[in-house]
Design a protein around this ligand. Structure first.
Ligand SMILES: Nc1ncnc2c1ncn2[C@@H]1O[C@H](COP(=O)(O)OP(=O)(O)OP(=O)(O)O)[C@@H](O)[C@H]1O
Length: 363
């Protein structure tokens, strides 16, 4: 008769390819049931967006067959619980990961990438939120077709809390929901920083796997307010391959790596990496230069997590308030899906290997 111990013994030979430890040590095997030659168990992955789901599943079956023989009836259920190192965080304990999305130069597509990555993560089964931290030029409400929506304000535990707007299954907050768009530009720096702090302290975010922060371009007061307000789990740098964009993105990357800030870089996204006309699908035109983001990632030893093409549908999706990821059949959605998977993967690796980021203290 097959025992639970034998099953665990076999599965302890399967390594999680990213975390480089076996599934049993990582506590990823749950609910083993054995009935004659029928074995059922669950593998709890570190993210529903795990790109290695099938690989891990097949390796489990292989390991069991090798150890316990052919002719087994094996059912592997794959589920996921997003990992977090924020368990005892004083601010937003229900939010597992806070991810800053940053760029150097303006207009490189940071908000577009944020919106589509959020949707790709959500489609994988994760709970996702966005803070539009671009107080001076908020674009998230428009990109999600939610410009006229006003968030609800309701008391919770004796305090008035803002409920995030929920659009396409993503919880979001933006200054654009709270003030008329024309007002935002005249805000002074300290007021903008105060608004950002309120997005953390006065919004009822509930439980989230990933909270994406769409930062303003450059390295601003808002960036510093962010790292002073919450420990940021990691940062993503968005750039086009263009020289000036890469030069500015490098400054952004270096800021997160400064010893007193010390936010891990989860990856670089090269946006507008190439253009492929519909009528010539095999041709690639490098309108903004070639591989600039990739080279930057290499130089700074950061993972390149995606190359997004320049596609009319991406621009149209943004302008029409329905990001391209809402159309899962669109061939370009694959680029965002894969980028989201690599982001989730890098985050799981980061959470397995490094402690909580410290909040930056003002001295
Ligand atoms: N891959 C792409 N293909 C086509 N258009 C794109 C792509 N990425 C972004 N865009 C378009 O480029 C414009 C700028 O994008 P977006 O607003 O996301 O940039 P940003 O870096 O967030 O800008 P800001 O500096 O204002 O914060 C938008 O019109 C958007 O639709």
């Amino acid at each position: 008769m097959i025992t639970k111990e034998q099953v665990l013994q076999a599965l302890s030979k399967v390594e999680e390819p990213d975390l480089k430890k076996d599934l049993v040590t990582l506590n990823m095997i749950k609910d083993i049931e054995i009935n004659g030659n029928k074995i059922t168990f669950t593998v709890v992955l570190t993210t529903p967006a795990c790109p290695l789901k099938e690989v891990i599943k097949n390796r489990c079956i292989e390991a069991l067959t090798t150890d316990l023989g052919e002719g087994l009836d094996i059912t592997v259920n794959m589920t996921a619980e997003v990992t977090s190192i924020r368990n005892s965080a004083p601010v937003l304990p229900g939010v597992k990961n806070i991810i800053a999305i940053s760029s150097g130069k303006g207009g490189v597509g940071k908000s577009t990438v944020t919106a589509n990555l959020a949707l790709a993560l959500k489609q994988s089964g994760a709970k996702v939120g966005i803070i539009d931290a671009d107080i001076f030029g908020p674009s998230i409400p428009m990109m999600f077709g939610a410009e006229d929506v006003q968030p609800l304000i309701a008391p919770k535990d004796g305090k008035n809390m803002i409920h995030p707007v929920i659009q396409f299954g993503i919880k979001m907050i933006s200054i654009g929901f709270l003030t008329p768009a024309d007002n935002a530009v005249v805000w002074r720096g300290p007021m903008a920083s105060q608004a950002l702090r309120q997005f953390f302290g006065d919004v009822d975010w509930g439980e989230l796997d990933y909270l994406l922060i769409d930062l303003p371009p450059g390295t601003s007061d808002i960036h510093l307010s962010l790292v002073q307000t919450v420990p940021v789990t990691g940062a993503v740098i968005v750039t086009t391959p263009q020289k000036v964009a890469v030069a500015d993105a490098t400054k952004g990357l270096s800021m997160f790596r400064q010893p007193q800030i010390n936010v891990p870089i989860l990856g670089v996204v090269e946006n507008m990496a190439y253009f492929t006309p519909k009528e010539l699908p095999d041709n690639k035109y490098y309108i903004f230069g070639k591989d600039g983001g990739e080279e930057m990632a290499k130089k700074f030893d950061a993972p390149l997590i995606g190359k997004i093409p320049l596609v009319q549908g991406i621009r149209e999706g943004g302008d029409e308030g329905r990001p391209l990821m809402m159309d899962e059949q669109n061939p370009t959605s694959k680029a965002f899906k894969e980028t989201a998977e690599r982001l989730a993967q890098q985050l799981a690796i980061r959470n397995a290997n490094a402690p909580q980021t410290e909040r930056v203290q003002v001295s």
